[in-house]
Structures are given as C-alpha cells and as structure tokens.
Design a protein around this ligand. Structure first.
Ligand code: DGL
Length: 286
C-alpha cells in the first residue's frame, strides 16, 4: 500500500533528521514538496538518478542492481536518517532488496489503488503509470487486494515522465501529444459507467496535473499519493517543529547532470533546491 515501510524506526534519531528523497529524475520533487511541508525543519537531499532516466524502460534485474548501486553511494555520502523512494517504478520492485541491504529506513511510493477504490463511485478506475509499474506483479497484487470490485484499467504511458521533465525544464509538449498519453484512462463500459478516478502512479505526473485537468474528456478525481507519503514520514520521524523555518535549501544530487540547463536550474531553485552536485554514475548498460 502507499507508503508501506519497514515498520517502526528502532534506532535513536537525530533531532534534525536528514531525509533523502530519491527518484530517477524530477518526479520525486512532487513528493519532496509534501514531505518538506510536513517536516520543514529537516535537512533534505534530493537525489535524481538522471543518468539512468527513465526507469520505466529498464528490465527488472537491471533496475534492482542500479538502484542498489546508486543507493549505496548516496547513503555513504549523505548518511540520511530516512530515504523516501519517490518512484513507483522503483518502489514496486526494489524495496525488499533495499531493506535487506541497508539499515536505513525506507518509505516507498506505490500506486494509490486503495484510496482510488475508496473514492470511486462508478467503480471504474484507471491507473496511469510507467510501462514498468504497470507490468509489476506487485501492482497486479495491489489491484487484486484493494480494487477487486472495480474495473481497473492499467495504462502504461511510454512518454509522460519525459514530458513532465520537459515541462519543468521550460519546454512543454503540445496538447495533442499529452492527450494521446492520457486518453486510454478514460473508459466507458457497456452499461454506461465511466472512469471517475485516475491514480497518478508515477511521481512525475502531478507536475502535469493542471494540463491533465484541462485535457481530460470529462472531469475525474486524480489521486496523488504524496500527502500520504508525507504522513508516513511523520509517523516514522515524529512531527518535529512544524513552525521552524526551513532548515536549509535542499541539496540536489544528480548522477548524470546532462539535462541541468539554466531554465531547469531556475525551476529547481524555485522549488527550494539550492546547491546542486553531479556525482557521475553512468548507467554503463548500453
Ligand atoms: N518517477 C518515476 C515513478 O514514479 C518514474 C519515471 C521513470 O520512468 O523513470 O514511477
């Protein structure tokens, strides 16, 4: 379920925890925003494995190996008190291996199927995700467990995460291309019932939400798991001092850095990501 974690954090935590938010690219910024709102006093590292973006195209064994390798480096560099894996494509696959390898607690982001099943009235729900997340056994089990009474359409969008990155870097894609990616989410059944809830099961997609809303053929409820993730982080680390001023700008760590153009740096700065470092970790696959 969204925000599943290792359970209670047993070890003693520093009063100002360091939280590392990790994604393949920029999608995790949507989770970072909510977590920072919940714990403004914490220190943050935002880590993007942009050298391997998009994760949606990687095979499962390659993705597991990649995330373990990158996480190993990030944990030794930044010694976080908690890691948020702000990536459905990774969390639906890699969390067990991460928890086995590291003592650091992990909070994962997985498709918000349970809240979607609770919110739908028509019982026609769509899950918009990367092709990787849609293919996962974990995703299929979630649907089976929480939404067996619903007609669920799994939509693996091939290009949306890249479109969201382009949007943030100041080069938005046109409406027609975006509409094509979300079109399969809008389903009308033979009995006339139609989709009324769409799960945003990729952390990149909330970056495009205003555009989805404008392009949707009919209004639906879009479910973003980020606020639930922030609540889970608070459960694990405690509420901290909610009135404290932000501890410091977020430190951005990129494994590639090729896309760090001036407009993107401005966009990152506007989202509180101050210092940026490139810790080169080429994917080394091709
Ligand atoms: N942000 C990632 C997610 O939540 C995926 C993007 C990618 O394919 O790398 O699934």
């Amino acid at each position: 379920m969204a925000g599943a974690t290792t359970g209670a954090v047993a070890r003693k935590l520093a009063p100002t925890p360091t939280i590392l938010v990790f994604d393949s690219g920029l999608g995790g910024l949507t989770v970072l925003e909510q977590v920072r709102r919940a714990r403004p006093d914490a220190a943050y590292v935002y880590a993007a494995d942009d050298a391997a973006f998009p994760y949606g195209r990687l095979s499962e064994p390659v993705l597991v190996e990649r995330v373990l390798t990158v996480m190993d480096r990030l944990i030794s560099l930044h010694a976080p008190d908690l890691v948020v894996v702000a990536c459905n494509t990774a969390s639906t696959l890699v969390l067990p291996a991460l928890r086995q390898r590291f003592v650091t607690p992990f909070v994962g982001v997985v498709p918000p199927i349970k809240p979607a099943a609770e919110a739908t009235r028509s019982r026609v729900v769509s899950l918009l995700a990367t092709p990787g997340t849609v293919a996962r056994a974990y995703t299929h089990e979630l649907v089976e467990t929480y939404a067996s009474a619903c007609a669920v359409t799994l939509v693996g969008a091939p290009n949306l995460a890249g479109f969201a990155e382009a949007e943030l870097a100041g080069s938005p894609v046109d409406d027609a291309a975006l509409a094509r990616e979300i079109a399969p989410c809008f389903v009308t059944l033979e009995d006339g019932r139609r989709t009324d809830v769409v799960c945003l099961a990729c952390t990149h997609y909330p970056l495009l939400l205003p555009r989805f809303q404008a392009l949707a053929p009919w209004p639906v409820t879009w479910i973003d798991p980020a606020p639930a993730i922030a609540r889970r982080v608070m459960q694990l680390l405690g509420p901290g001092d909610r009135n404290a001023p932000d501890a410091a700008p977020v430190f951005g760590a990129f494994t590639g850095g090729a896309g760090l153009t001036a407009p993107l740096r401005r966009s990152l700065a506007a989202r509180g990501v101050g210092g940026i470092a490139v810790e080169a970790m080429p994917l080394g696959l091709q």
